[in-house]
Design a protein around this ligand. Structure first.
Ligand code: PMP
Length: 362
């Protein structure tokens, strides 16, 4: 039992900014004089229309999305996009390139294989996904309908530090665990998708940003709700969207703007990550396996000297209000997810805890 809010290092769903939760609390029973909660509102109402339109407007502003891109608010998680992308885009040459840098890009690859001919353009599996491939390692096919990658690997704690040049072949990116953490050049991508539950909103919303010329090529068997053309034409309201999560996304985007936008947020994110990596690098007990230039600033993985010590670390940290630090079950050790909403004080508390733990247990 905790009397106050904890620092929650969960990989997702994860922390939301406290000020956002307070606004949601204030507006919970009666949103803007509507006499009802956003949860209770028809998605076809005028007041809800204003919410979804405002969310899109803010998303465009924060990410500087060019006019020739559509923003879609969908459901089914990033995992449904693993299928939606090939069904909608792998339709000219029936071929795509996938770059495998972790478990989620592997899942995306496996799903895509159901729909066509899929080439692994590079994989860092042989290095336990501890790095991102260099541009020179990529074996791209000229006739691929798209190239798929995952910009930040939530489980392994790696991040692409460059955008590969794919020429005229559209680049498709799973940005679930890095979206809104830094400025990006949207025009370098054909399609970006991300589950909301890390940096955008509670779970239940998936954002897709797609270049208009890639819309409208889906296979004829495409389920209607995942046809980008249908969702784009209907302003993401072919069916009932994830109304409350979209509203929360609006509040999060307003919070980002109030901080000064993505440039400032990224500066803070880099500072937070540096605090933690420096602490791990200085330690004799803990280590991080990732190639330095490819370290994620959102998911920081580390291990101590044994599984027993890892378990003790996670247990004692939890008793101090530092929660959900256990690494993903496939890799073990620890993982601190320090998304946008994790305050610097949370990371400072973790750093203090790591230092004290090492002092007391070595
Ligand atoms: N891609 C990445 C990079 C992720 O981190 C996750 C979830 N942790 C997924 C895809 C799967 O997302 P979802 O659970 O929203 O389907």
């Amino acid at each position: 039992m905790f009397e106050k809010r904890v620092y929650n290092f969960s990989a997702g769903p994860s922390m939301l900014p406290e000020s956002v939760l307070l606004i949601a609390q204030k507006e919970l029973l009666n949103y803007n004089g509507s006499g009802m909660s956003v949860m209770e509102m028809s998605h076809r109402s005028k007041v809800y229309d204003e919410i979804i339109n405002k969310t899109e407007e803010l998303m465009r502003k924060v990410l500087n999305i060019p006019q020739n891109y559509k923003v879609l608010f969908l459901q089914g998680g990033a995992s449904l996009q693993f299928a939606s992308v090939p069904i909608n885009l792998m339709t000219k040459n029936n071929k795509a390139d996938y770059i495998i840098t972790g478990q989620f890009s592997q899942k995306a690859y496996k799903e895509a294989k159901k729909y066509g001919s899929v080439n692994i353009a590079a994989s860092t599996e042989a290095d336990n996904f501890s790095r991102i491939p260099d541009a020179s390692e990529l074996r791209l096919s000229e006739d691929a309908d798209y190239v798929h990658l995952c910009t930040n690997n939530t489980i392994f704690g790696t991040k692409w530090s460059y955008v590969p040049d794919t020429g005229n072949v559209p680049l498709v990116a799973d940005m679930s665990s890095s979206i809104l953490s830094e400025e990006i050049d949207v025009s370098k991508y054909g399609l970006i998708y991300a589950g909301a539950q890390k940096n955008m909103a509670p779970a239940g919303l998936t954002v897709v940003i797609i270049r208009e010329d890639l819309i409208g090529n889906a296979r004829d068997y495409v389920p209607t709700v995942i046809d980008y053309a249908v969702q784009a034409k209907n302003n993401s309201m072919y069916n009932t969207p994830s109304t409350y999560a979209i509203y929360m996304c609006k509040l999060v985007l307003e919070w980002i703007l109030s901080l000064g936008g993505l440039k400032e947020l990224n500066r803070i994110n880099r500072e937070k990550a540096a605090l933690l990596y420096n602490c791990i690098d200085d330690s004799k007990m803990f280590s991080n396996p990732v190639k330095r230039s490819d370290r994620s600033i959102m998911n920081v993985t580390f291990k101590s000297v044994s599984d027993e010590t890892d378990a003790l670390f996670v247990k004692l940290a939890a008793s101090e209000g530092l929660l959900t630090l256990k690494g993903h079950r496939s890799v073990g050790g620890m993982r601190a997810s320090i998304y946008n909403a994790m305050p610097t004080e949370g990371v400072e508390s973790l750093v203090r805890f790591i230092r004290d733990f090492e002092k007391n247990n070595s």
